[in-house]
Design a binder for this molecule. Structure first.
Ligand code: CU
Length: 122
């Protein structure tokens, strides 16, 4: 009996996770302004999520310049991607509000490498 309850709870949990997961890919760019570029070509896209979403950000190096992605409000900091094609992934649970994501390497944020996470109520 206990076992089946556990299995049922796991199924609900996994189902919920899948339903509210959100993945974004951001590619780094340093031609002209520095930017994280979304899959549709938007520079530093607003990442729209909902409170409680499990968000996955895939950061892909596209320019051969080292970059990191950080979200201080959520204590999120990626590992550094140094070479073209190198990827790293950060995951976090979205909390309500608007807060920036940016590259903390010297000068990068100032030169444009910053976008916003917009997280609303469900
Ligand atoms: Cu950078």
């Amino acid at each position: 009996m206990k076992v089946s309850v556990l299995i049922l709870l796991s199924a609900i949990f996994l189902g919920a996770g899948a339903a509210h997961g959100k993945t974004f890919t951001l590619k780094t760019e340093t031609s002209g302004e520095l930017a994280f570029v979304g899959t549709d070509g938007t520079k530093n896209p607003n990442l729209e999520v909902h409170e409680g979403d499990l968000v996955e950000l895939i950061i892909e190096n596209q320019d051969g310049v080292p970059h990191i992605l950080t979200i201080p409000e959520l204590d999120v900091k990626s590992t550094r991607v140094d070479t073209v094609g190198e990827k790293t992934i950060v995951k976090f649970v979205a909390k309500k509000g608007e807060y920036p994501y940016f590259c903390p390497l010297p000068g990068h944020r100032r030169m444009g490498m910053e976008g916003k996470i917009l997280c609303r109520h469900k």
